[in-house]
Design a protein around this ligand. Structure first.
Ligand SMILES: Nc1ncnc2c1ncn2[C@@H]1O[C@H](COP(=O)(O)OP(=O)(O)O)[C@@H](O)[C@H]1O
Ligand code: SF4
Ligand SMILES: [Mg+2]
Length: 366
């Protein structure tokens, strides 16, 4: 059997501090010089306790996938610290990282490209067991069949190829592969966004069952706020490489303080109405996320923010404790969100069924 990583019982399972990931931009031509940096992740700090789930939300291009890939060490961090059970893993060599790979697994967004079409399901799910010498060779088939059963697939289908399965079934194969080594942390990168809406709830419910059954911690990445709220008691909102607001589910969804969180919530289908002050207006987020090669000075959200003032271009707002959560805005203030679903208690997150049945009335600010 392979060497177990050292364990510690105190402190968070994963502690990420000032994490940074830049990708070099190269010039064209024979001599390819570095002419800039894609600041994909730029100073991200959060922690996840054992068995806990943190949701990471933001529009496409905000750096969510890059964050997940650095944590699983598919990418090396440019700077910052990543501690797993108290041990710094950000700069471990491939060999030193090997024992931790058992504990930290990734579920990919696209179940079509993430499974090798030339390998059988048995080989896909069984490979991690063999690579990590996790079970004796003569027990691999039994273990694979057990895993297929756990994720709701027919254990007899271990000799079939990915092309013989639907999208939802393929994602279950990806989940079985992620579970094979009994991980302590799973980074689930938009695990249902490539699936039909009718299948999404089934896969989310499976992940939630597995989390409860095996006590696995999740970094759950999504652009869909409804899905994150269903799954995660803690939520971090990311914009252009930075976390702009992070807190517990009720703080984020009931009284979002950052204009970007407020705008994202206004686009969520379950939110009926948001009320603050005496005026009513619709929050509409204009334009796209700016380029992370040359992000706006000061607050990165300022080019799309309706509250921006001169200071926003001059000073980057620090992430500070305001109203029971952390928020990075010079003018942070609550927006009271009134929704048919927000009223539910924190312990009883709305079901996806509820979410899909709710209307899509515009958010209003009064
Ligand atoms: N390998 C890479 N090389 C260069 N730029 C990248 C690479 N991967 C991602 N990026 C850029 O980093 C930014 C963040 O991307 P990503 O992490 O995929 O965001 P998200 O998952 O939130 O959509 C984007 O501008 C993207 O184009
Ligand atoms: S700091 Fe300024 S630009 Fe940034 S979110 Fe707050 S008000 Fe908007
Ligand atoms: Mg992504």
């Amino acid at each position: 059997m392979t060497q177990e990583p050292p364990t510690t019982t105190e402190g968070p399972l994963l502690e990420v501090t000032d994490l940074q990931k830049y990708f070099p931009v190269k010039s064209s031509g024979v001599i390819r010089r570095t002419i800039g940096q894609v600041q994909a992740v730029d100073g991200v700090t959060f922690s996840i306790g054992a068995g806990q789930s943190l949701g990471l939300v933001g529009e496409s291009g905000c750096g969510k996938t890059t964050t997940g890939r650095v944590i699983t060490r598919l990418y090396d961090p440019t700077a910052g610290s990543m501690k797993f059970e108290g041990h710094e893993i950000g700069h471990l060599s491939k060999k030193e990282m090997h024992p931790y790979r058992r504990d930290i697994q990734l579920i990919f967004q696209d179940p079509y490209s993430s499974l090798n079409p030339r390998h059988t399901v048995g080989s896909i799910v069984g490979t991690p067991l063999l690579v990590h010498n996790a079970v004796p060779k003569n027990q691999v088939v039994d273990r694979v069949q057990g895993l297929l059963e756990t994720v709701g697939l027919n254990p007899e289908h271990f000799n079939r190829y990915p092309s013989e399965f639907s999208g939802g079934q393929r994602q279950r194969i990806g989940i079985a592969r992620a579970l094979a080594l009994n991980p302590k942390l799973i980074v689930a990168d938009e695990p249902v966004s490539a699936l039909d809406v009718s299948i999404q709830a089934q896969v989310i419910n499976l992940l939630q069952d597995l989390q409860q059954k095996f006590g696995i911690a999740f970094l759950f990445i999504a652009h869909d706020l409804a899905i994150v709220r269903h799954f995660c008691p803690e939520v971090a909102v990311m914009y252009l490489g930075k976390i702009v607001e992070i807190g517990d589910r009720s703080s984020i969804y009931e009284t979002p303080h950052h204009p970007y969180t407020q705008a994202l919530l206004s686009a969520a289908p379950d939110v009926k109405q948001a009320v603050v002050g005496g005026r009513r207006e619709r929050i509409r987020l204009e334009g796209d996320v700016p380029s992370p090669v040359n992000p706006p000075s000061g607050c990165r959200f300022r080019t799309r923010c309706w509250k921006a003032q001169a200071i926003c271009a001059e000073q980057e707002p620090p992430l500070l404790e305001v109203g029971g959560r952390q928020v990075a805005c010079h003018f942070a203030e609550p927006l009271q969100v009134v929704s048919s679903l927000v009223a539910e208690s924190e312990s009883e997150a709305p079901s996806l069924q509820d979410l899909s049945e709710s209307g899509d009335a515009p958010v209003q600010v009064s």
